[in-house]
Design a protein around this ligand. Structure first.
Ligand SMILES: *[C@@H]1O[C@H](CO)[C@@H](O)[C@H](O)[C@H]1NC(C)=O
Ligand SMILES: *[C@@H]1O[C@H](CO)[C@@H](O)[C@H](O)[C@H]1NC(C)=O
Ligand SMILES: *[C@@H]1O[C@H](CO)[C@@H](O)[C@H](O)[C@H]1NC(C)=O
Length: 237
C-alpha cells in the first residue's frame, strides 16, 4: 500500500515551483468571473468595514445564493457614498441576502476508516502518556474530515470551491479547503493512523486536479487555478 502511494507521489512529482504553504497570504489572482466579482465584494468590504480585523479570504470564499448575473445586478444597485464606498449597513444586507457563508461548501463527514485505537498503532510507543497524546492527535482526524457538499456538486458555478469526489482532511481554522502541501503531511499521518481508505481518496482527489488542470493546485479553490506549489519530492518522502 505504501509503495502504491509512493508511486502515485512520484507521478505527481512533475514540476518544481516555488514553495507555498497554506499560511501564504499572497494576492488572489482573478481567474473566473465569480472570483472577479467576489474580489469586488472584498474591496467594498474593506472600504465599508475598515482594515481592523479584516479577513480578505472570508469574502473570496463566499458562495452565491443566486446566479452571478442576478447577484452582480443587485450589487451594482447598492447605494454609494461620495467617495464610492458602500455603506456598511447596505453591504451587510446584501451579503446576508445574496452570499453564502464560507462554511457551507464543505460539510462534516465521519471518516469510514477511523477507529479510536487502530490495530498496530505506533507499536514502538510504549510510554502511556506519550501513547495517550498520540491517540489524542489521532482522534483529530475525526474533527478535520469533510466532504464537498451536494450543493457544490449540483451547482459548482456558485462556488469557488472546486468539487472533489472523495472526503478530504482540512488544515483547520480559516483554511477550510484542501491544500497540496498540507496533504503530504496529512497522508503521512493517515498512514500512521492506518486510515488507508481516506489516504487513497485524498491521493485520488489530487490526481483529479492534475487531470483537470495539468498539475495540483496550491489549494482546491477556483482562485488558485493559476498558482501551483512545490511538489512532493523524493527527499521529502
Ligand atoms: C439568473 O437568475 C435570475 C433571477 O433568479 C433569472 O431571471 C435569470 O434568468 C437567471 N440568469 C441566468 C443566466 O441563468
Ligand atoms: C467614505 O465615506 C464614508 C462616509 O461618507 C466614510 O465612513 C468612509 O470612511 C470613507 N472611506 C474612505 C476610504 O475614505
Ligand atoms: C473534536 O470534536 C469533538 C466532538 O465534536 C469536540 O468535542 C472536540 O472539542 C473537538 N476537538 C477539537 C480540537 O476541535
Amino acid at each position: 500500500m505504501i509503495f502504491t502511494l509512493f508511486m502515485l507521489f512520484t507521478v505527481m512529482n512533475m514540476t518544481k515551483a516555488e514553495t507555498c504553504r497554506s499560511t501564504e497570504n499572497g494576492p488572489v489572482i482573478p481567474t473566473i468571473p465569480l472570483v472577479i466579482f467576489l474580489e469586488r465584494v472584498q474591496e467594498a468590504a474593506l472600504q465599508a468595514y475598515g482594515r481592523k480585523g479584516f479577513d480578505a479570504k472570508l469574502f473570496v470564499d463566499m458562495s452565491l445564493r443566486q446566479n452571478l448575473s442576478a447577484t452582480v445586478e443587485a450589487f451594482n444597485k447598492l447605494p454609494r457614498t461620495e467617495n464610492g464606498s458602500i455603506p456598511a449597513n447596505d453591504l451587510d444586507v446584501f451579503i446576508g441576502n445574496y452570499l453564502g457563508g464560507p462554511d457551507e461548501d464543505l460539510v462534516y463527514v465521519e471518516p469510514v476508516d477511523y477507529v479510536a485505537e487502530p490495530e498496530g498503532f505506533l507499536p514502538k510507543v510504549k510510554n502511556s502518556e506519550a501513547r495517550a497524546w498520540a491517540l489524542e492527535v489521532h482522534s483529530l482526524w475525526k474533527n478535520l474530515s469533510r466532504k464537498v457538499s451536494d450543493n457544490v456538486l449540483e451547482n459548482p458555478e456558485l462556488y469557488t470551491l472546486l468539487p472533489l469526489k472523495n472526503p478530504v482532511i482540512i488544515p483547520g481554522s480559516r483554511f477550510k479547503e484542501v491544500y497540496y502541501w498540507d496533504s503530504y503531511w496529512v497522508i503521512r499521518g493517515l498512514l500512521v493512523s492506518k486510515m488507508y481508505e481516506t489516504a487513497k481518496g485524498i491521493v485520488a482527489n489530487l490526481i483529479s486536479l492534475i487531470d483537470q488542470f495539468g498539475y495540483v493546485l496550491n489549494g482546491a479553490r477556483a482562485y488558485y487555478t493559476n498558482r501551483r506549489c512545490a511538489s512532493f519530492s523524493h527527499p521529502d518522502l
